[in-house]
Design a protein around this ligand. Structure first.
Ligand SMILES: C[S@@+](CC[C@H](N)C(=O)[O-])C[C@H]1O[C@@H](n2cnc3c(N)ncnc32)[C@H](O)[C@@H]1O
Length: 260
């Protein structure tokens, strides 16, 4: 286990407003580590940065790699002022000691972007996080864009799958997988995310999840999704409750132990 990175995940990252929780943060860490260990290189990209919670995680894990941030960055925008979202994103990076490389930020609507705008900046991608717009049209466009930038060994992480608040995300991911069943399959699912790779790397990533030291705390439940064998990482409610209680009572520093 990587003590320094776990400390970052359970303490520093939680100070950034946003949506990635420790279980998926540990999956990101495990997958990026498995790639590095096997010499599977490439750029990293995220659509949907918000204030940078998952972006700074990617940056911390992959220091030295090129990480592209794509977002509208228009939250808090008024006609006469700059976006407060972008300013807060940049400030968060400074505070964490992970300054944002502004050359690697694209401000705009991801559904209008082309793959070569991304590959020109970070090369072919080994990890692509999709967490931007949550309608069917967004998922269709963003998954097409991600596919067109992906290295052979690249992973796409879809956020908010099976979340009843965003039903079209699930439909979009199912469409993506059914339209490309000869190319892509799911290898891992958590409460919030679905992880997909090319069929040739399915066994490799199943194995990476099975062996990851940082994922031993979860129940590894074998399931199937659209014809592919998938490991569902189950995080029992009892653990989630203990974790929440610790965080709420100011024991954040110790909360990491719950996930060992
Ligand atoms: C749920 S938040 C992302 C959360 C973030 N990944 C985190 O870890 O906290 C969704 C983000 O997607 C952005 N977004 C929504 N539609 C978009 C689009 N069409 N193009 C680019 N970004 C978009 C929003 O501005 C917002 O910042």
């Amino acid at each position: 286990m990587d003590t320094g990175l776990r400390k970052f995940i359970f303490r520093d990252l939680q100070t950034i407003e946003g949506y990635i929780d420790p279980p998926d943060a540990l999956v990101f860490l495990s997958l990026l580590r498995a790639q590095k260990k096997s010499g599977l290189e490439g750029g990293i990209a995220e659509i949907g940065v918000f204030y940078g919670r998952s972006y700074f995680l990617l940056k911390k894990i992959s220091e030295g790699d090129r990480i592209l941030a794509i977002d509208l960055f228009d939250l808090g925008q008024t006609p006469d002022a700059a976006s407060t979202q972008y300013a807060r994103f940049i400030a968060n990076g400074r505070r964490l000691g992970l300054a944002v490389d502004e050359e690697l930020v694209i401000r705009g609507d991801s559904t209008l972007m082309r793959a070569d705008e991304i590959t020109r900046k970070v090369g072919r991608t080994r990890f692509f996080s999709i967490d931007g717009g949550h309608t069917l049209q967004h998922i269709a466009a963003d998954s097409r864009l991600a596919t067109d930038t992906l290295a052979d060994h690249g992973i796409i992480a879809f956020d908010d799958t099976f979340n009843p608040a965003w039903p079209e995300v699930t439909v979009g991911v199912a469409d993506f997988l059914r339209d490309r069943k000869d190319m892509f399959s799911t290898f891992c699912m958590t409460k919030y995310k679905t992880y997909v790779c090319r069929n040739e790397f399915h066994e490799f990533y199943l194995n990476a999840i099975a062996k990851a030291p940082d994922l031993l705390a979860f129940d590894h439940v074998e399931t199937e999704f659209l014809g592919a064998k998938v490991t569902r990482l189950h995080n029992p409610i009892s653990r989630r409750m203990v974790y929440e209680l610790m965080v709420r009572s100011g024991m954040r520093a110790l909360s990491e132990r719950v996930y060992r």
